[in-house]
Design a protein around this ligand. Structure first.
Ligand SMILES: [Zn+2]
Length: 275
């Protein structure tokens, strides 16, 4: 196995793509490994819209940052074909190592997102030696994709909490599915109070197959006056919904249980009656 074959194996690139050139730029700090990839002559490519296999119309030069090669930055360069589809006209073909429009390979994005899950984006950007602006674009793409795929049709118990963002009066309200232990966060929005409830129940839930009238329990962490105001104005269902304060102590507020409005003594939240 020669050097090219080892690099191809590392890149995961298959026919019709082949590695035609490799160059280590030692003038840059850190050093940069540049890999030139090219499709075999006469290859045909799938239209990104309909999948029909078409001949190449022309080519565009593209560059992606890939995972580091040891301590050196690594870049893939390729002439990406634009196919001429009878139905959709000229379209840039997709490459198997990167998503459309990204400046990074899929493997690089995967590694970056693994860091972002554990630390602030700015810290992850420093580690991978990228700008946080470019990293934010990746994060925003995948977060938007995950949010678009959210299905709230089975949500029946919602917990919400408002917290101050940074310093001062910049609030953020977080909504969670009380019945889900894995990835329970459903919605995060700036602000607090009734407007955030409306944004969640009237807009976000409905846009994701959810139905406020199917929500049976709402647990929130609010002061007593806010709780009463919320209960009276909540767009969530009036019966048998709950509007009250959380069973959990928070920011020095008293622990109060969210009781059903139907008058029963059952504790509806996750405290299992310990409150
Ligand atoms: Zn097409």
């Amino acid at each position: 196995m020669d050097g090219n074959e080892i690099l191809l194996l590392g890149l995961g690139i298959q026919s019709p793509w082949e590695l035609v050139e490799q160059r280590l730029d030692t003038d840059k700090q850190p050093h940069e490994l540049h890999l030139q990839v090219k499709a075999e002559r006469g290859s045909r490519y799938a239209c990104p819209e309909c999948g029909e296999v078409c001949p190449a119309h022309d080519f565009q030069e593209k560059t992606w940052r890939h995972l580091n090669f040891f301590q050196h930055h690594c870049y893939i360069h390729a002439s990406v074909p634009r196919v001429k589809c009878p139905q959709h006209g000229v379209r840039l073909a997709e490459v198997p190592w990167a998503r459309k429009g990204s400046a990074f390979t899929l493997l690089f994005e995967q590694a970056a997102l693994a860091l972002v899950r554990e630390m602030p984006v700015s810290a992850a950007a420093r580690i991978i030696e990228e700008t946080d602006k470019r990293l934010w674009r990746v994060v925003e793409h995948y977060v938007a994709k995950a949010v678009a795929a959210l299905d709230l049709s089975s949500v029946k118990a919602v917990g919400l909490d408002e917290t101050a963002s940074k310093r001062g009066q910049n609030y953020v309200t977080v909504f969670i599915d009380m019945e889900r232990s894995d990835k329970p966060v459903l919605f995060v929005t700036p602000g607090h109070g009734k407007e955030t409830l409306e944004a969640f129940s009237c807009c976000f839930m409905k846009a994701h197959n959810g139905a406020p009238e199917r929500v049976l329990e709402v647990v929130c962490d609010m002061s007593a006056p806010s709780s009463r105001r919320f209960r009276d104005t909540s767009p969530m269902p009036k019966s048998p919904s709950i509007g009250s304060t959380s069973c959990r102590p928070s920011r020095g507020r008293s622990m109060r249980c969210a009781r059903p409005r139907d008058g029963s003594s059952r504790c509806p939240s996750t405290c299992a009656g310990r409150c």
